[in-house]
Design a protein around this ligand. Sequence first.
Ligand code: ADP
Length: 724
Amino acid sequence: MPQPPAQRASVLFPMPLPEPFDYAVPEGVRVAPGDHVLAPLGKRTAPGVVWAVGDDDGSRALKTLEGVRGGPRLEKPVRDFIDWTARYLVEPPGVILRTVLRSPAALKPSPVETVYAPTGAAIARLTPARRAVLDAAEDGPASAAELARRAGVSSSVVKGLAEAGALSAREIEIDPPFDPPDPYGEGLELTAQQEQAAVILRRLVAAGGFQAALLDGVTGSGKTEVYFEAVAELLRREADAQVLVLLPEIALTQAVTKRFEDRFGAAPALWHSGLPDKERRRAWREVASGRARIVAGARSSIFLPLPKLRMVVVDEEHDPTYKQDENLTYNARDLAVARGKLAGAAVILASATPSMETLVNAEAGRYVQVRLPDRVKGAVLPEIELLDLREYPAEKGEWLSQPLIDAAAETLERGEQVLFYLNRRGFAPLVLCRSCGEKMKSPEADRWLVEHRYTGRLVCHVTGFSMPKPKHCPHCGAEDSLIGVGPGVERVAEEAARKFPDARVEVFSSDTAASGEAVRALVERMEKGEIDILVGTQIAAKGHNFPRLTLVGVVDADLGLAGGDLRAGERTYQTLVQAAGRAGRADRPGRAILQTHKPEHEALQALKNGDRDAFLEAERMMREVLKLPPYGRLAAMILSAPDAALVDSAAKAIAAAAPVAEGVQVFGPAEPPLGVVRGRWRRRFLVQAERNVDVSAYMRAWTARIKPPSAVRVSVDIEPYSFL
Ligand code: ADP
């Protein structure tokens, strides 16, 4: 038989290198794109992935691959997604590959352990120790150590029983596969409106291939139940299809996991950045091998290598947590749509307050529109009232105004629950010295330190820096002179406890509910009615269903409006709809009271009148006139350097290198609000382009022209959300 010609392989390494490198494939070895290999790189051997193969004509002297590693091949749609994302985000493809290969240990098969189970065979001498082990083994197969622990004996007794034939040994995988979902599991009986929506989504699934849909339904309209129908339809049609469900908060995964279990008889594979190594390894391997069918996770799960991806759901698609602002900057919602296109998958974007970007896409006919205008089971949306703080100011040093306190008292009297919503962690957002006026600043960033009273620390919410609250003012030395100014959730909780001494008050923020477990416990206490007043940040405002919660008091409805970034109005509106939407979800009518100094603001007026369209119209006009997204495109370039002179000279050179292009304007360099972070001086450019301009291509062209000194870091942010 003729030998096939020798192969040449381009290998992409999970590192910030500009492109894949070519290698000769050793004789007798065949590789295919997506295979995991080891290759010499400089003086060492590095793991990489074959990106392309060709015939080796021997015309170039190439280094030779050192080996092929096992593990699930990265399929073409996944590789295409990596290439596309790299170009879109203006990053080397190896950086995206590194993000995809988040669990190196997962390339190896699961480690195994030996477990023992009773055989039923009778044995001659049954000592009490042996008896105890056999009893313990009745509870299910387990390792020798585990059986010995259950029986309270030494593990040699287990081994003895195995030798005597009373226990049989077998090897099992330590990382077990996830149970497959049952697409025939029974769901809730859909309302007529839900059924209509489900019909459209089922049809979309049946058509196959890429199509995006916007599932636009008010809070409590039962959107989850509707997209479950689409998931079930897909799994009935294609048993090995994979579904990815993106969720905005890890806090929500707990609740959603439970709903998946109820519906599909199996929990989804979970993925988020806080997973312990072992679970990360298990989830990655099962997902990459195609065995895990339903994956639910935070924004980073958009990078999981699902080989058979057929559907992506982005729940609360408008949520700003889908945008990662640090390190690799990306918007998981936008990547989800791109990924759906490349994989031929359906994409369902669900929200009660869709982003302007998504609405415009839907209206232009690029996305199918599915609407759920009413809550299920006759539940009505809460009545929204604006409480003018100019007319009813709170007492000095307090934050709850009298009409809100009265409403809370009535609610508690009826045995119902209250949520005070304030999107500010900690006790006070600013700490100053009563004696000299000095404000406590973070030593690492241009930011005020936030007082956290539960921990007694001052914390920087930008860098995470924290220190114990000093006894003496570091500036003038006065004793006990540092006071917290302004409200955070902890301070509002103190006030609530003072006003309602008999009420059980708890704080719900990422500080008090730091782990999934803590969130679950808190949500459970709330559901069981063990909490009367919950004081929470945005983590409390999303997705939870608390049947006895009938009053939401928004402590500062103006908070989000001050920021001045382009999405401030939209975000305030979305957040307040979500927060207000917590009230009265079941059969009890709810009320939402928004404390404000600007009741005339259009976002607040729209909320009060339940007139989303009016708000969107005003917002849309503003964006259209100013050519802001989605009517124009934005990109940012951020530089940082260890000293101000260096960053300024680099910025000057970079500004001079900006390509001239039609429909593109470059603003900057400007000193951003966060001028210094962790000892690095920062400067920003903002690029504003017409909608038809490929802003990524522009940024690639620009970055290709610059060569800043190595101490200067340059990063690109496509469609930035943060302007700090
Ligand atoms: P959304 O995501 O639109 O806010 P959910 O899907 O969370 O709404 O549903 C809100 C509540 O209504 C949940 O408690 C859910 O179990 C319940 N629900 C949804 N659909 C139905 C239905 N058809 N029958 C009964 N209860 C439903």
